[in-house]
Design a protein around this ligand. Structure first.
Ligand SMILES: [Cu+2]
Length: 162
């Protein structure tokens, strides 16, 4: 009887031990197989997230860059009529980025500063032209209209770079 019990106990232990071992191996292999798909799906997900993120950031950066550029340039509107500019005196700071936007109100005029190599085309009423000023040298510069005798008729002004 005790021998039979011992044999039964031994068989039970072997079977139980074998089951536990088999289960452990199965868990290990199933863990391994579920772990790899998890790793495999994570990188594509990360790539999908990071790609639209960089796409979304690029236009933002461009917009910021363009806005900064626009803010740093000062545009001064100069209106030309027969035979005067408004304003006739322009003050800017040395090194400042300045554009002159010439707007013709009547007649035919241009905008010239000999010392700064500024010369627009001769424009007619309603037309505009924008020119960039070189403000690297401080000083006073005369601007004038080179059409006909407009300059002699007083179509002049003063640019002061200070
Ligand atoms: Cu003129």
């Amino acid at each position: 009887m005790s021998n039979n019990l011992k044999i039964l106990l031994l068989i039970f232990l072997v079977v139980a031990g074998g089951l536990v071992l088999a289960q452990a191996l199965q868990e290990e292999s199933s863990n391994g197989s579920t772990a790899s798909p998890t790793i495999a799906t994570t990188p594509p997900a990360t790539t999908n997230i990071s790609t639209p993120t960089t796409d979304a950031m690029d236009p933002n950066n461009n917009t910021e860059f363009i806005m900064t550029e626009n803010e740093s340039v000062k545009t001064i509107v100069v209106m030309a009529a027969n035979y005067a500019y408004t304003p006739s005196e322009i003050r800017v700071k040395q090194g400042e980025k300045v554009e002159i936007k010439l707007e013709i109100q009547e007649g035919m005029h241009d905008f010239v500063i000999d010392e700064l190599d500024v010369k627009t085309q001769v424009l007619t009423a309603g037309q505009t032209e924008t020119v960039t000023l070189d403000t690297s040298q401080s000083g006073e510069y005369e601007f004038y209209c080179s059409v006909g005798n407009h300059r002699q008729m007083g179509m002049v002004g003063k640019l002061i770079v200070e």
